[in-house]
Write a protein that binds this ligand. Structure first.
Ligand code: ADP
Ligand code: MG
Length: 233
């Protein structure tokens, strides 16, 4: 319990700081990006190949800052939820091509096993974001450590508990047991360019939607499950 209280205090503090600065970062960043794109165009026109290639790096670094700021904003000021009844199977099918192309890029086999389930009551975009964050973690785990592997997304209906379960399973190196209770901490990351914001954001969203996140990792591979109450209508 103490650990959890500490965690929430930390989230609240981060939230206040983030909300204060995120917009102030984003606005100048947008203008830097705009002028840089114009410059880039000019460099190309004048045949300045080397300088042109620098702008590629600059733009991708700007994108990274942009993404970080976006994550901080989401964590600090979650927008109003737009709740609707959703079919998990359909939602996963919609993001499947995106997952597939990212998997191919990293030499990862991608498999889907989708069972029809009762509907869930949730915010579509938020849920997509959660699944995408979890998939990204799975792919990143396999891309760096084992170079390739297998990603499986499964949806099932747990009738007894009344829960729709979506599993994101990878064949990566797994998570050491002594780190399992830290991975949801804000800013906890083991990656060189990680933000440590993905899982806290997922946790926050799923809690807000009335669901639960579960992580199991035993030596090899990791399975993260999203559990959402099934709705009977
Ligand atoms: P980030 O991805 O920026 O590091 P996250 O909050 O998404 O931040 O994840 C926190 C940490 O949890 C990761 O740095 C990694 O150590 C661990 N982790 C999360 N998902 C997995 C996974 N599928 N396999 C192995 N480790 C994982
Ligand atoms: Mg992540």
């Amino acid at each position: 319990l103490e650990r959890q209280v500490h965690h929430h205090e930390k989230l609240a503090t981060v939230g206040k700081i983030a909300a204060g600065v995120a917009h102030e970062i984003r606005n100048p960043l947008t203008s830097i990006k705009g002028f840089l794109q114009m410059m880039r165009h000019g460099l190309e026109q004048n045949g300045l190949q080397k300088e042109h290639s620098y702008t590629t790096v600059m733009l991708s670094e700007i994108e990274r800052v942009n993404q970080l700021v976006g994550e901080l904003l989401l964590l600090s000021k979650p927008r109003e939820l737009r709740m609707e009844h959703l079919e998990m199977e359909e939602l996963i099918t919609v993001i499947a091509p995106l997952i597939s192309s990212e998997a191919i890029l990293h030499n990862i086999e991608f498999d889907m096993q989708l069972e029809p389930t009762p509907l869930v009551y949730a915010d579509r975009e938020m849920l997509k974001q959660v699944l995408w964050n979890l998939v990204k973690n799975a792919i990143e785990a396999m891309a760096t450590e084992t170079n390739g592997g297998k990603l499986t997304i499964r949806s099932t209906w747990q009738e007894r508990e009344g829960l729709v379960r979506v599993e994101i399973k990878d064949s990566g190196p797994g998570i050491p047991h002594y780190l399992l209770d830290r991975i949801f901490d804000t800013f906890f990351t083991t990656k060189e360019t990680g933000t440590g914001l993905g899982l806290p954001i997922c946790q926050r969203i799923i809690n807000d939607l009335g669901g639960k996140l579960q992580v199991t990792s035993k030596g090899f591979g990791t399975t993260v499950s999203v559990l959402m109450p099934g709705v009977k209508i």
